[in-house]
Design a protein around this ligand. Structure first.
Ligand SMILES: Nc1ncnc2c1ncn2[C@@H]1O[C@H](COP(=O)(O)OP(=O)(O)OP(=O)(O)O)[C@@H](O)[C@H]1O
Length: 237
């Protein structure tokens, strides 16, 4: 069963085709890297996936729920890590997550249990009492991911989640999210960094709003993924 389906999704910014007939699907429990250079349309795609704005045309389904016809059911099954931080720096990790849990109608013991579980999955349990402002960039981003897991989504969307992090933090977060996919979460990970893609990942290359390739990363690019990606996106510019 597919965790995520996009069929012929298009979106314009004025006369610019930011997304032009984008179609691909991600199987349940698969890690899909959405790789594209700056301006490829990755953030626009996240905007239509999360209903920040409506696509001009096309269909999107999250865990079997059509985003246009059943938006509440679809959004309830989706966790999102945006580029910009969503945390209150003056609150503790635990308070931030409690606040988010309340937005999903969770409170009391149920919220506490889920928060502990989400923080443990990201190796952040011992930091629950620290203020968000005191965390380093890598831990702050792990907390963003824990926040996105509190309502137990089936699909996790991450928009360039490692921007601004050092190499060790990038590697740790990339590993954590691969582990989540191995446990059954469907992951869409937008990036312009080829070194975040593993050979067994699904790889969708997006450029100028179009899907240029879709398949297993090792088969598409092999060891020369970087050169392949550069050649692919250079040809189309
Ligand atoms: N709010 C907007 N108004 C007008 N044009 C926009 C808007 N947002 C994006 N665009 C344009 O749409 C195209 C796709 O941009 P988008 O931000 O989705 O790409 P991206 O792949 O996320 O890029 P980046 O990696 O730089 O964030 C670009 O040409 C961009 O200039």
């Amino acid at each position: 069963m597919s965790g995520l389906i996009l069929e012929d999704v298009s979106h314009n910014w004025g006369t610019r085709h930011a997304l032009d007939g984008v179609s691909f699907s991600v199987e349940r429990g698969r890690f899909c890297a959405l790789l594209g250079p700056n301006g490829a349309g990755k953030s626009t795609l996240f905007g239509v996936l999360t209903r920040l704005f409506l696509p001009r045309e096309g269909r999107i389904a999250i865990a079997g729920h059509d985003v246009g016809r059943e938006p509440r059911a679809a959004l309830a099954r989706m966790g999102v890590v945006f580029q910009a931080s969503t945390l209150d720096p003056d609150l503790t990790v635990r308070r931030n997550l409690l606040y988010f849990a309340a937005l999903h109608g969770l409170s009391g013991r149920e919220a506490e249990t889920r928060i502990v579980a989400a923080l443990e999955r990201l190796g952040m349990a011992e930091r629950a009492g620290e203020k968000a402002a005191s965390l380093n960039g890598g831990h702050r981003q792990r907390m963003e991911i824990a926040r996105a897991l509190v309502h137990r989504p089936e699909v996790l969307l991450l928009d360039e989640p490692t921007v601004g992090l050092d190499a060790a933090s990038r590697a740790a977060i990339t590993q954590h999210v691969h582990d989540l996919a191995a446990e059954g979460l469907t992951v869409l990970w937008a990036t312009h960094l080829v070194d975040e893609v593993r050979s067994r990942d699904q790889l969708v290359v997006l450029h100028c709003g179009r899907v240029l390739s879709d398949g297993e990363a090792g088969e598409i690019g092999g060891d020369e993924l970087n050169q392949h990606f550069l050649a692919l996106t250079r040809e189309q510019t």
